[in-house]
Design a protein around this ligand. Structure first.
Ligand SMILES: [Zn+2]
Length: 162
């Protein structure tokens, strides 16, 4: 049986009474631009915090996956929830193809802020430490892929807090 794309959220864990809504890539972009038009660069931090909330749910859905398979399970879940088409985790470096938050060539600055929040939570859950997540390259600015780096908060320079 062909499964419609809209059915993807039905299998997510949660109380039976929990409802979900679908949101499109274009709607996400418009929401980001709305926040930026109101708040300028302060919007980035808010979007990261949105991502962190979504990341908590994603981490919870991974359950008690073995440490060795943690990032494989996280990759699969990010793909299944359609945040990315493909993601590779390595030591402090994350490479994403097909970020839902990116519009190729559509921006002068990186745009995948919610994904930064999600990635932060994925690492914090593993390490028990607060981490930052920067987007070093983004397809929105013309890069071939989105590339993120994660590190401990101590390595986060003043003024980089967005
Ligand atoms: Zn990006």
């Amino acid at each position: 049986m062909q499964m419609a794309a809209g059915n993807v959220y039905r299998s997510l864990p949660g109380p039976a009474s929990m409802r979900s809504v679908a949101i499109t890539q274009e709607e996400l972009r418009q929401l980001r631009e709305l926040y930026q038009s109101v708040m300028s660069d302060a919007a980035f931090g808010l979007l990261v915090r949105e991502g962190a909330i979504l990341g908590d749910t994603l981490v919870a859905s991974l359950g008690s996956v073995a440490a060795k398979g943690y990032f494989d399970a996280a990759s699969e879940e990010l793909r299944r929830r359609q945040w990315v088409e493909r993601v590779e985790f390595s030591e402090g470096r994350i490479v994403v193809d097909g970020s839902i938050e990116a519009t190729p060539g559509g921006s002068a600055a990186p745009t995948c802020h919610r994904l930064r929040g999600i990635i932060r939570k994925l690492y914090e859950s593993r390490t028990g430490q607060k981490v930052y997540c920067k987007e070093l390259e983004c397809t929105s600015t013309g890069a071939p892929r989105c590339v993120f780096s994660v590190g401990e908060m101590g390595g986060w320079a003043l003024g980089d807090h967005r």
